[in-house]
Design a protein around this ligand. Structure first.
Ligand code: MG
Length: 260
């Protein structure tokens, strides 16, 4: 009993000494901050030669999807065969009788540049005037429409994610002039159950003016019904051949920079 007490006392004393020893431990003062401590030098971003500012040609690391010569990077969405829209004088014009065309390659997150022109003297109104569209991953439509002095539902007008996000403004150029879309699209990430862990996002400049600002896409862009969430991977860029009766629009200078 006596020895037990001694041992207990000794252990307690040792523990107390350790605590005091810990409390007394001196740590070195952190080094004073210098400018170098918050500078990262490696890795350096790859060097990219930008395109020409006037012609808006592709930067050096872009995939050119249409350079004015042919549609070799595209196929018919309907048949999987060659894309049969007409290429002439450096532009490709929608052929509504042939249906949509899509890229042969599949993409996820990307930066896309695409120019489009509504023909002078186009007729029709609301959705039936120069209607086309650009689908990301084959599912999410950024509307292409002639909304120069042409009113339609705002979440289906030019610059809208169709039936989801109306544009912030309408910087549309008049028929006969070229419009330019510069788009940053972020692909969604899915949970195992097929719902979104992270929804798709899109930022869009039309003619250099912001029209969609990191817009959160809710699902597929349906003509009738609510957005649907379908698990998917990379998909093609689709250009729409809309069934309205107005004169077809043209595209030129299409390039993409995959971001994943
Ligand atoms: Mg459309």
């Amino acid at each position: 009993m006596y020895y037990k007490s001694i041992i207990t006392f000794a252990l307690a004393a040792a523990a107390t000494t350790t605590v005091f020893a810990q409390e007394a431990k001196q740590y070195p003062e952190p080094e004073p901050m210098t400018h170098k401590m918050t500078e990262f030098w490696e890795p350096q971003p790859p060097v990219v030669t930008p395109g020409d500012q006037c012609t808006q040609s592709a930067p050096s690391d872009a995939i050119v999807l249409f350079d004015g010569k042919d549609l070799s990077k595209w196929q018919s969405s309907k048949t999987g065969g060659p894309a049969e829209w007409q290429v002439k004088d450096g532009v490709v014009t929608v052929d509504k009788s042939k249906g949509d065309i899509q890229t042969r390659d599949k993409f996820g997150s990307c930066q896309l540049h695409i120019e489009w022109c509504v023909p002078k003297g186009i007729e029709g109104s609301s959705q039936s005037r120069g209607n086309s569209g650009i689908f990301f991953q084959g599912l999410y439509e950024l509307q292409v429409l002639d909304n120069y002095k042409n009113v339609t539902y705002s979440n289906g007008m030019v610059g809208s994610m169709y039936k989801q996000g109306r544009p912030l403004v309408n910087p549309m150029r008049k028929p006969g002039e070229w419009n330019v879309y510069d788009i940053i699209y972020t692909a969604p990430i899915f949970k195992a159950d097929g719902t979104y862990l992270y929804k798709p996002y899109i930022t869009v400049l039309l003619n250099g003016v912001l029209v969609e600002d990191h817009f959160e896409i809710q699902g597929t862009t349906e003509y009738i019904g609510l957005p649907q969430v379908k698990k998917h991977g990379d998909g093609p860029i689709i250009l729409q051949a809309h069934g309205d009766k107005s004169q077809p629009i043209s595209f030129r200078n299409i390039w993409i920079r995959p971001l994943n």
